[in-house]
Design a binder for this molecule. Sequence first.
Ligand SMILES: [Zn+2]
Length: 250
Amino acid sequence: MQCRDAQFYLRLRRPTGDELGADVTADLDRHLAGCPICAPEARVADSFDRSVATAMRSVPVPASLRDKLLAQASTHQGTVIRGKIYRVAALAASLLVFAGIGFGVFTASRPKIDPDQWAMDTDEDVQNPDAALSKWLTKQKLPAQLPLPFNTDLLMMKGTDNIQGVDVPVVVFRHPTEFGFAKVYIFRADGSVNLTKLRDTNASHTAVTVIESPQHRGVKYVILHTFHPVHDGENPLKPFLRPPGERASL
Ligand SMILES: [Zn+2]
C-alpha cells in the first residue's frame, strides 16, 4: 500500500468499525507499522477517536428525553420500535457530545501548533541539515553525531517510532535515485529495551545493520535499510552516505 492510499483509508477508519474490510485493514496496518510518515498520523487519529469515545461514555442522555422516549416505547410495546428509539436516543446523545464536549476535550488536551516556529524549524532543516540534525540529537540526549557520515541532503524525517511499546528516536534517509530508505533507530542501552537479540540480518530487499561503537557509548544504532545491488565488499549503506571528501556543512 502506498502512503497516499494509507492516508485515505486512515481518514475513513473508526476504532470500532470494520467498514474497510479485513483485507484493507490488514494492508493498512502493515503499512502503518513500517511507515514513519503515516504512523504518527495514525496515532493522532487514534487519540482523537479515543477522546471522543471517552467523552461519549461520560455524558448521560438527558433524563427528560429518556423518559419521553421510554414512555413512547412502552405505549407501542414493540421491542423493534423500542430498539429503534434507543438507537435514536444514542444518536442524539452522540451528536450532542460530538458537537460540544467531545471536541472540547480533544482540543483542550492537544498541544497548540505555532506555524511561525514550525516554519523556522523547517527552514533550518533545509538550510543547514547537518546542524539541525545534531541539534535534534542533542535535544534527545543522544550523541550529537550518527556513527556513519549519512548524507543529510537525503534526510526525510527525524522523530520517534513506537516499537513494541517503547518510543525510539529514528532518523530516516531516502535513497538518492531509487525507491529506498535507511531508517536509523537509536536505542538507549539503559535497560528499557532488551537489545541482546539485535544483530545484522538480511532479507532479499531489506537488511538490518547494528552499530555499536566506543565513540557512541550508551546507545545502539539499528539501521533498517533497503538493499540495493552494490559491488563486492562495498558497504550496502553507501548510497545513503556522504561521498568521501565532501564535507558536512557544520
Ligand atoms: Zn506511509
